[in-house]
Design a protein around this ligand. Structure first.
Ligand SMILES: O=C(CO)[C@H](O)[C@H](O)COP(=O)(O)O
Length: 233
């Protein structure tokens, strides 16, 4: 990642940090932008800010522990004040594609348990129509072949064509923190994300998908020397 790109992520992370208040229960996202948030948050915690966080992945948990950000779980703390997370795409009405880092299931559970969700990103994540980024779909490994066929059929019925690929890492299937697989769906354009989300939710082998609709309240998007606010300020 270029130094400029990293700087944009830090700017967006700082804008989100301004929304964090003493005593808050936070959901803490996954990915390179969310990690910049963890770093700026950790500095504030070292300076005396009291917060507690629920990490959305083992990777985020490890970074929080390393940097001294106190953690809890959704079992101990089932209601959160604010989640801060990155995104792969930010579309109209703050509809998102997430899951590029493979953490979409925990990310969605944590976001849904939060009163407010803030998305942080650099401007490359803004799109007019979701779908250029392959949609991550988390599936149970049991019946993988049948589930992929059903996803394909379901997508085609909605007019969506494109390759479905089981995600790999180092030549092996990528396994999520929850022990599932990810199918990346290269639809190119998803003109009706809600119809697709509903259809995917109805497929038994689909555990969750990366369409985050009606979850994000605010996005802080850095670029061109400013951080723009989308949604509720
Ligand atoms: O959804 C995610 C992880 O599952 C990330 O938020 C998304 O992939 C963005 O990552 P980055 O900030 O590294 O671009």
């Amino acid at each position: 990642m270029s130094a400029d790109m990293r700087e944009l992520k830090i700017e967006a992370a700082r804008a989100a940090l301004d929304q964090v208040e003493d005593g808050m229960r936070l959901g803490i996202g996954t990915g390179s932008t969310a990690e910049e948030f963890v770093r700026v948050l950790a500095e504030r915690v070292a300076g005396g800010l009291t917060v507690i966080g629920v990490p959305t992945s083992e990777r985020t948990a490890a970074l929080c522990l390393e940097l001294g950000v106190p953690l809890t779980t959704l079992d101990e703390t089932p209601e959160l004040d604010l989640t801060i997370d990155g995104a792969d795409e930010i579309g109209p009405q703050l509809g998102l594609i997430k899951g590029g880092g493979g953490a979409l299931l925990r990310e969605k559970i944590v976001a849904a348990a939060s009163r407010r969700m803030i998305v942080i990103a650099d401007k490359s994540k803004l799109v007019e129509t979701l779908g250029r980024f392959p949609l991550p779909i988390e599936v149970n490994s049991f019946g993988l072949g049948a589930t992929v066929r059903t996803i394909e059929r379901t997508a085609r019925a909605l007019g969506l064509e494109g390759a479905l690929k089981v995600r790999e890492r180092d030549g092996r299937p990528f396994v999520t923190d929850g022990g599932h697989l990810i199918v990346d769906a290269s639809f190119g354009r998803i003109p009706d994300p809600r119809a697709l989300a509903n259809a995917l939710n109805a497929i038994p082998g689909v555990v969750e998908h990366g369409l985050f609709l009606d979850l994000a309240d605010t996005a802080f998007v850095a670029g061109d020397g400013e951080v723009r606010t989308f949604g509720a300020a």
